[in-house]
Design a protein around this ligand. Structure first.
Ligand code: HEM
Length: 481
């Protein structure tokens, strides 16, 4: 700091703190959104606070979002911020463990695989998995469950069926689910700063990565043998695994089998809790407001049969085309992601001093965007915690953004609503997540009336990397007759 004072440059205001190394870690850890909103009121859109020996500089507002999401690669990097966290979990040769240009090609391979043709094949699988889970495993006419673990299980089943390949789905009942769990335990906020804590978890995490990699390598080997066997008619698959195995870098080389395996692990981890927590908040919001459930059913029935009140037994299954037309459902999902974005903060490591509106953000700081703070902006979204899907009709009409339907390109990061990020690190799983979540929710709402238990809406748990409902949050399902 002294050096910068000597240079007579102005640093962002610093949030005062009592304990030197810890800084504001406790307040930020307990409720990051409230903490950031309070600092915004005191210091404006750009400020720095200390956390575990690091300087965290937040740039808020649409201008701040644009600055963080479109920062140049030479100025600040995601790999600097996330590598410690992700390398042990995903493995080497992928994502932040390679040059950014290589990762961009890897992202493109996945994006190409998540095509409309592939989505068409995924939809019946997602419906079948949802029915299997909710209609077979929970046979009773009325039941109450802790929702998040149930949706986590359903997400892993649907994502593995669609993205990972049938072989992985078939092995979910064996040790694969446990391996995912052990990897997951290595993804805590603490691991952003320290790679090897807490000790027992990192041993399990590293073993899980090794075993899962071996499992994928085995599957790849078997597929290659079948493909090259002249006596077998090889059936083309629409899963991402197949697509990665066949993709070519611009240089003409292919991803190594290890890289393909690690990329599959990375995708599963990136999509698992983000989707299952969004699905949980979505159902909790619907349970709070039965009118929304009714409107979703009416839209569903209207699109499938031309009438709003067709009995559920007479409704055909949703298809890719009919799902696309469910715009009210779409807007409910967008509103869920506005109030409950699973990722509340994104980070980059500053690689050389940055200038932001006359303030110098020093090399070594973390440059951060607070997604949820933007989503709850009181000017842009009056009464911000009110669940109001109609906000998105207006936003879409104004051309501000479209998502989830056909055009999933969001042109600008100069925006307050960025649940999937923006710029070079923008999410590639967004379209898949929309299809998966809309299908799951439509299938459930059609079959059940949803109710909060004791009228209690879940509290938020910010202690994990992804924003979850607190443990033990219950939802009641009543089968519609
Ligand atoms: C990136 C959110 C589902 C794969 C991101 C980012 C956000 C995000 C905010 C930007 C991170 C940053 O800038 O640092 C979400 C939400 C999801 C979701 C809200 C669901 C509701 C998925 C799924 C997949 C996935 C299903 C995989 C199929 C990725 C990948 C990146 C990413 C590969 C790129 C990371 C990078 O370039 O650094 N996601 N995601 N996501 N997401 Fe998602």
């Amino acid at each position: 700091k002294n050096n910068y004072e000597k240079k007579k440059v102005q640093l962002p205001p610093t949030v005062p703190y009592l304990i030197p190394f810890i800084g504001s870690a406790v307040q930020f850890g307990i409720d990051p959104v409230k903490f950031l909103q309070e600092q915004k009121k005191k210091f404006g859109d750009c400020f720095t606070f200390k956390m575990l020996g690091r300087n965290m500089t937040f740039c808020l507002g649409s201008e701040g979002n644009n600055f963080v999401f479109n920062v140049k690669l030479k100025d600040a990097t995601a790999e600097g911020a996330y590598l410690k966290l992700t390398r042990p979990v995903f493995g080497t040769e992928v994502v932040y463990d390679v040059e950014n240009s290589v990762f961009m090609e890897q992202k493109k391979f996945v994006k190409d695989a998540l095509s409309t043709a592939a989505f068409k094949t995924y939809l019946p699988t997602i419906i079948q998995e949802t029915k299997q889970m909710f209609m077979k495993e929970f046979e009773k006419s009325e039941f109450t469950v802790e929702l998040f673990p149930v949706l986590a299980e359903l997400t892993i089943r649907t994502a593995s069926s669609c993205l990972m390949g049938k072989e992985i789905r078939d092995q979910l009942h064996s040790n694969v689910a446990k391996l995912f769990h052990d990897l997951d335990c290595g993804l805590t906020p603490l691991n952003v700063f320290v790679e090897y804590l807490p000790l027992p978890r990192f041993i399990n995490r590293d073993r899980a990565n090794k075993e899962l990699t071996e499992l994928f390598l085995e599957i790849i080997k078997k597929r290659k043998l079948l493909e090259n066997d002249p006596n077998v008619k090889y059936e083309k698959k629409f899963d991402v695994l197949e697509s990665l195995m066949n993709s070519d870098y611009k240089s003409g080389s292919k991803m190594s089998d290890v890289a393909v395996s690690h990329m599959m692990i990375a995708l599963l981890m990136a999509g698992q809790h983000t989707s299952s927590t969004t699905g949980s908040w979505f159902l909790f919001e619907l349970a709070k407001n039965p009118e929304l459930q009714k409107k979703i059913r009416e839209e569903h029935s209207m699109i499938l049969t031309g009438k709003t009140d067709t009995p559920k037994k007479d409704l055909p299954d949703l298809t890719f085309e009919t799902l696309k037309q469910c715009t009210f459902l779409d807007n409910c999902l967008k509103e869920t992601l506005r109030i409950h974005p699973p990722i509340h903060t994104v980070m980059r490591l500053v690689e050389q001093d940055l200038n932001y509106n006359g303030l110098t953000i020093p090399k070594g700081n973390f440059l951060c965007s607070g997604i949820t703070v933007g989503h709850l902006d009181e000017v842009k979204y009056p009464d911000p915690l009110k669940f109001d899907p109609s906000r998105h009709v207006l936003l879409e009409e104004s051309g501000e953004w479209t998502i989830g339907n056909v055009d999933i390109q969001q042109k600008s990061a100069r925006n307050l609503y960025l649940p999937f990020g923006a710029g070079r690190h923008r999410c590639i799983g967004e379209h898949f997540a929309f299809i998966q979540l809309k299908t799951i929710v439509a299938t459930i709402v059609n079959e059940f009336d949803l109710e909060l238990v004791d009228n209690k809406f879940p509290e938020i748990d910010y202690t994990q990397l992804i924003v979850l409902p607190v443990k033990g949050s219950l939802l009641r399902f009543k089968r519609r007759t």
